[in-house]
Design a protein around this ligand. Structure first.
Ligand code: F6P
Length: 328
């Protein structure tokens, strides 16, 4: 592999709090090692259309505490085409970029892998998504902040829920993963979580009702994953079913939506992003490529991108049990 002199960095897909801390870490660690840094704007769109900026240590000053991504981001349809990736490679050559760091979720890392295979460019991925759905890492950039944001919102909903005899269905993000719903339910003392991973023949709504709603509690809050597998799912779906199947209950729906992706990153996300960013540069220095940097048991790990995007990350059954035990 040719010696690296310049790296490119981009954020892609949904933004996540902590992405700026990761950009900062990648930039400063690269410069620390004598490399130049090119910040690529708007994800793969900027790579296709040559929207590239020279990054210095000052470019990332005052960003560690900021949500969103200073590089901006996009979900690029064009990069999914061969022509799009060919244009992107022109930008790589025009800017003498020797290696690419991609901060994003599943789809973004899948794009990175394809690009690396087609054009033989070293790529390192950083898991940037609030969904926490990437295999091989215990946590992803933005997940902890989103979890805390959801917790704050549900604490507020609890105040009104306590005052009424209603079941509140609170829908949270996660695409097809239930990490946010399950762990937010534990953190807020919710009565149940409805998550895609726990789909069995037993209906999760029926199980919840069957356990005896309001047996010993003043309020009923159910965290519902947004996942709509098989055309069913989401908070409104369960609220509608409740009204039909259990008309003795009153339901209310709150969809938290994109507010879950905003805000200043938590300490945990800032530290995670900083560690992952530095490790990405170390990995490139060691000649590694086509890997995602992750954290397992608080240690940095290197996961083949192929595994990170293709293996399902399971939810620990222990978490499901904890909620069941504590929500009696
Ligand atoms: O992957 C992050 C995520 O926030 C998911 O939780 C959600 O399903 C999706 O992105 C929303 O995407 P968009 O911002 O494009 O509507």
């Amino acid at each position: 592999m040719a010696r690296i002199k310049t790296i490119g960095v981009l954020t892609s897909g949904g933004d996540a709090p902590g992405m700026n801390a990761a950009i900062r870490a990648v930039t400063r660690a690269a410069i620390y090692n004598g490399w130049a840094v090119k910040g690529i704007l708007k994800g793969y769109e900027g790579l296709i259309h040559n929207e590239v900026k020279d990054f210095t240590t000052e470019s990332v000053s005052g960003t560690i505490n900021r949500g969103g991504t200073i590089l901006r981001t996009a979900r690029s349809k064009e990069f999914m085409t061969e022509e799009g990736r060919a244009k992107a490679y022109e930008t790589i050559k025009a800017n003498a970029i020797d290696a690419l760091i991609v901060i994003g979720g599943n789809g973004s890392l899948a794009g990175a892998q394809l690009f690396a295979q087609e054009y033989d460019i070293p790529v390192v991925g950083l898991p940037g998504t609030i969904d926490n759905d990437l295999y091989g890492t215990d946590t992803t950039i933005g997940y902890d902040t989103a979890l805390n944001t959801i917790m704050d919102c549900v604490d507020k909903i609890r105040d009104t829920a306590n005052s009424h005899n209603r079941i509140f269905f609170v829908e949270v993000m996660g695409r097809d993963a239930g990490f946010l719903a399950q762990n937010a339910a534990i953190a807020t003392g919710a009565e149940a979580a409805i998550i895609p991973e726990d789909r069995t023949d037993v209906d999760q709504l029926a199980t919840f009702i069957g356990r005896g709603v309001r047996k010993s509690k003043n309020s009923s809050i159910v965290l519902v994953s947004e996942s709509k597998k098989d055309g069913t799912g989401g908070a409104q779906y369960y609220a509608d079913r409740l009204l039909k199947e259990y008309p003795e209950y009153e339901a209310r729906v709150t969809i938290l939506g994109h507010l879950q992706r905003g805000g200043s990153p938590t300490a945990q996300d800032r530290i995670l992003s900083s560690r992952l960013g530095v490790a990405a540069i170390e990995a490139l220095k060691d000649g590694q490529r086509n890997i995602m940097i992750g954290v397992k048991d608080d240690k940095i790990v290197y996961v083949p991108i192929n595994k990170a995007i293709h293996i399902d990350k399971p939810i620990d059954k222990e978490l499901i049990n904890v909620l069941n035990v504590l929500s009696i």
